[in-house]
Design a protein around this ligand. Structure first.
Ligand code: CP
Ligand code: NVA
Length: 307
């Protein structure tokens, strides 16, 4: 294990400067091309990523694990069920032990505070792979996808329709970091954190209907109405979110070349119509693929800037 003096962590999008974020996205696009051309990019030879998953995952697990393998390294899947974390070993102790053995740590968990505590005691970079509050890795992929299809997000208008959840909150950070306006429509009682809205009110317009939010926007984004950990609220949420489905009719209010994104998994017939998800204006499959490239660029960046 390489000893690192001051690790760079990625707990929210604000952990990168605007220029650093742009560099990571540019590098992600480069790494994607290298992979397609079959050219080696083995930055992590003989090194190890620890992956702690306290919630389910398809894209995040596969993209980090495949990405690490493509860069010459190895990834360890650690679930609370099979580790001492699940039996109550303190986060702070786990952080000190794991970071003496692995070179980076990725965590998907519930409370955002858990990743902050882990990072405070880790001497290797820690990556937030989703908390109840933020999902910054997904935003890297979303930004890359927009850039690839339409160019820079700077000066653009993005609509968020649905729950003011972790994805929505990371979109608020993205609006700040990529200089776009975020128009959001969330049902009553499902708005994002009030402090976040206050801190970034220069970037966010709170709208009262999905149509108002989507009108003349360049990108429309939604997510599940019931996030992981909210399974018991599913039925009540379906009622509360009636009228918030993103479909072709709602997309017709956006600009003619507007894109649709969804971090997936998607619930067809709920937050998004099946027809829209399968339409060319929906770039969700590119968005999912870009998790791989964007996180490879992120891991390389954090590693290079932690020495
Ligand atoms: N979008 C996303 O994070 O997907 P997974 O839950 O499958 O990792
Ligand atoms: N908001 C969703 C995102 C899943 C990738 C959740 O937290 O479950």
């Amino acid at each position: 294990m390489a000893q690192m003096k001051k690790p760079r962590h990625f707990l929210t999008l604000l952990d990168l400067t605007k220029d650093e974020l742009k560099a990571v996205i540019d590098r992600a696009i480069e790494l994607k091309a290298l992979l397609r051309e079959g050219k080696p990019h083995e930055h992590f030879n003989n090194r190890v990523l620890g992956m702690i998953f306290e919630k389910s995952s398809t894209r995040t697990r596969v993209s980090f694990e495949a990405g690490m393998a493509q860069m010459g390294g190895h990834a360890l899947f650690l679930s609370p069920r099979d580790t001492q974390l699940g039996r109550g070993e303190p986060i702070e102790d786990s952080a000190r032990v794991l970071s003496r053995m692995v070179d980076l740590v990725m965590i998907r968990t519930f409370a955002h505070e858990t990743v902050e505590r882990f990072a405070a005691y880790s001497n290797v970079p820690v990556i937030n792979a989703l908390t109840d509050a933020h999902h910054p890795c997904q935003l890297l992929a979303d930004i890359q996808t927009y850039v690839e299809h339409r160019g820079s997000l700077s000066g653009k208008t993005v609509a968020w329709v649905g729950d003011g959840n972790n994805m929505c909150q990371s979109y608020i950070h993205a609006a700040e970091q990529c200089d776009f306006e975020l128009r959001m429509a969330c049902p009553d009682g499902f708005a994002p954190d009030a402090n976040l809205l206050e801190n970034f009110k220069h970037r966010v317009v709170v709208c009262s209907t999905p149509e108002e939010a989507v009108r003349d926007t360049d990108l429309v984004v939604t997510d599940t109405w019931a996030s992981m950990g909210q399974e018991d609220e599913k039925q009540a949420r379906e009622k509360a979110f009636a009228g918030y489905q993103v479909d072709h009719e709602l997309m017709s209010f956006a600009k003619p070349d507007a894109l649709f994104m969804h971090c997936l998994p998607a619930y067809r017939g709920k937050e998004v119509s099946n027809e829209l998800l399968e339409d060319p204006e929906s770039v969700v499959w590119d968005e999912a693929e870009n998790r791989l490239h964007a996180q490879k660029a992120l891991m390389e960046f954090l590693d290079k800037h932690s020495r």
